[in-house]
Design a protein. Structure first.
Length: 341
């Protein structure tokens, strides 16, 4: 039996990323970058209005009141293509490119229209309301580093970089095997004497998906050695990681490890000094990882969160430690005389 820190170190050492692949942006949410995302353009691509209003030469509104002729309009995606001469201004909208020669936007709320003239008669304030070309980022800037999971904010950045596809780590394929004669499919257990609903695999599958894995198969298996060995062999053909729940203790029908014996199971860790969850184990068979979790739902979910989550995160391209967000917390109660709460 080993301690938790030693067990976690072995998990982290085993949790190395799989193959790289390129996916279109629509298929990238939740994936982990294997290469940086580099901006393919400047953003904004030109000086751009940050408000709805009128684009002017600041020098021409230095003395108020001022009257300027409105010679056109500039919209986002369709800028003003004319020439703004002395005494001219352009009606402009948020996100629109600034006309050549204009260096300030006066917000529409303090401008009065008089036919084709714009009248500036009030204090204009100090804001220029112009987003400078490249003020968000420049072409060639690295916007996202390798190892970043593509969460909603990262997806915005990747799309803004003008990238149609990104290079990511392949998601680990995971097979979940729940073992036990007593287990029944949820919805059927009430009609089967001695049966209990098989619940653990659903929680384990959700945990795998949360941390970047793909559950390719989830099976419920009886305590039959031949059936278990056949299922183990099939799972190793399908998966990068096999998670088996139940059968991890020392009872007469605890076959979870034995079912991988014909595949040459070699243990990486066996039993951890934690409670609940002591029977957790990790091994390799035919080059694939096999994680054994207890059959008790509470023990399975505790060990799944502590060991399965970092294992899947590491296989999917993140650091394994990213799945363990430890943070200090202050005890509410003082220790008693004997050091007990």
């Amino acid at each position: 039996m080993i301690g938790f820190d030693e067990a976690l170190a072995l998990i982290e050492a085993a949790a190395t990323p799989l193959d790289r692949e390129t996916v279109v942006l629509a298929d990238a949410p939740g994936r982990v970058l294997a290469a940086p995302v580099v901006a393919g353009l400047d953003s904004p691509a030109s000086d751009t209005s940050a408000m709805d209003g009128y684009a002017v030469r600041e020098a021409e509104v230095a003395a108020l009141p001022a009257r300027l002729r409105v010679v056109g309009e500039s919209f986002a995606g369709r800028g003003f293509d004319g020439r703004m001469g002395p005494g001219d201004c352009v009606r402009i909208f948020t996100g629109a490119p600034m006309p050549q020669g204009a260096d300030r936007v006066i917000i529409q709320e303090i401008v009065r229209r008089d036919g084709d003239m714009a009248v500036f008669g009030h204090a204009l304030g100090g804001g220029r309301h112009v987003r400078a070309m490249g003020s968000d980022f420049r072409k060639g800037d690295i916007l996202l580093e390798p190892g970043r999971r593509l969460d909603p904010r990262a997806m915005v950045a990747a799309a803004a970089a003008d990238r149609a596809a990104v290079e990511v780590w392949r998601r680990p394929r995971v097979v979940v095997l729940g073992t036990g004669d007593e287990l029944a499919e949820p919805g059927t257990a009430a009609g089967i004497p001695g049966a209990i609903p098989e619940s653990v695999s659903f929680g384990v599958a959700a945990l795998i998906a949360q941390y970047g894995g793909e559950v390719v198969t989830r099976r419920r298996l009886p305590d039959d050695p031949q059936a278990l060995e056949a299922a183990a062999a099939e799972a190793l053909d399908e998966a990068d990681l096999v998670v088996v729940t139940g059968g991890a203790s020392v009872g007469e029908k605890d076959y979870a490890r034995a079912m991988f014996g014909p595949a040459g199971l070699e243990l990486v860790l066996s039993k951890v000094a934690i409670k609940p969850g002591k029977p957790v184990w990790l091994g390799r068979a035919r080059g694939k990882l096999v994680l054994g979790l207890p059959g008790n739902p509470t023990s399975a979910m505790v060990t799944g969160r502590l060991f399965l989550a970092p294992l899947v995160a590491g296989l999917s391209g993140e650091t394994a430690g990213a799945a363990l967000g430890w943070r200090p917390a202050r005890l509410v109660l003082d220790k008693g005389p004997a050091g007990q709460l």
